[in-house]
Write a protein that binds this ligand. Structure first.
Ligand code: SF4
Length: 213
């Protein structure tokens, strides 16, 4: 029998904890999507398209970790709901890209009115606990990117505008060169619309500086 003196490895118990959170996150996603007449996959596609000039089906499938036929079906449904349209790509006229419509962005914004259980639970944490959790999530996501389990996300840690610990100010140690402003750990972005992926060498140097700070 498992006892507190002889628990399973901590990696196993962390995974158990994350899987419990994932269950609630899935339920939250369904509630948010249902609120605006979409499925979670359709809502996730609109989230990806927000503030982007358009993505191909292949890019969307890669980011979401689902098959291209699944994405194609969801885009057809989004088109029927006037939430997205397909267009010829501007950079590559042979490609077809998917773009969110103003109606689709409206649905996305309306869905954000539903806070969800995970958001409420995160709100019960103390401020320093929230900050520590955010930094831990950035580390976990970065590790998953390095293992190529997921594509590069639009986080500060991979952004060419990010200068970690550029300021001698505990409250606002980081600098965003895009808006030319200092910001704190609590403001680290997980999905920033102004993100621009740094080249691999700069990304590695930035990550080292972030870790060292
Ligand atoms: S542009 Fe966005 S992702 Fe990049 S450093 Fe600024 S806030 Fe972070």
């Amino acid at each position: 029998m498992e006892t507190p003196q002889d628990p399973s490895p901590i990696e196993h118990r962390l995974r158990e904890g994350l899987s419990r959170l994932a269950l609630v996150l899935r339920a939250d996603d369904w509630n948010r999507a249902r609120h605006v007449g979409l499925t979670p996959t359709q809502l996730a596609i609109l989230e990806m398209l927000e503030a982007r000039a358009g993505l191909t089906v292949k890019e969307i499938a890669s980011h979401l970790g689902v098959s291209q036929p699944t994405v194609t079906d969801s885009i057809a449904a989004l088109e029927r709901k006037t939430a997205a349209v397909r267009r010829t790509g501007e950079a590559d006229r042979r490609s077809t890209i998917v773009v969110a419509t103003p109606a689709g962005i409206g649905m996305l914004q309306a869905s954000r009115a539903i806070d969800g259980e995970t958001g409420r639970a995160a709100g019960t944490l103390a401020s320093d606990e929230q900050e520590a959790l955010l930094v831990t999530l950035v580390r976990l996501i970065t590790s998953l990117q390095e293992q190529q389990a997921i594509p590069i996300q639009r986080m500060c840690a991979s952004c060419r505008y990010f200068a970690p610990f550029a300021h001698d100010d505990q409250a606002k140690p980081h600098h965003c060169r895009f808006v030319d402003a200092a910001f704190g750990q609590r403001e680290l972005r997980i999905d920033c619309r102004d993100h621009d992926t740094a080249d691999p060498a700069s990304r590695a140097a930035t990550w080292e500086a972030f870790q060292a700070g």
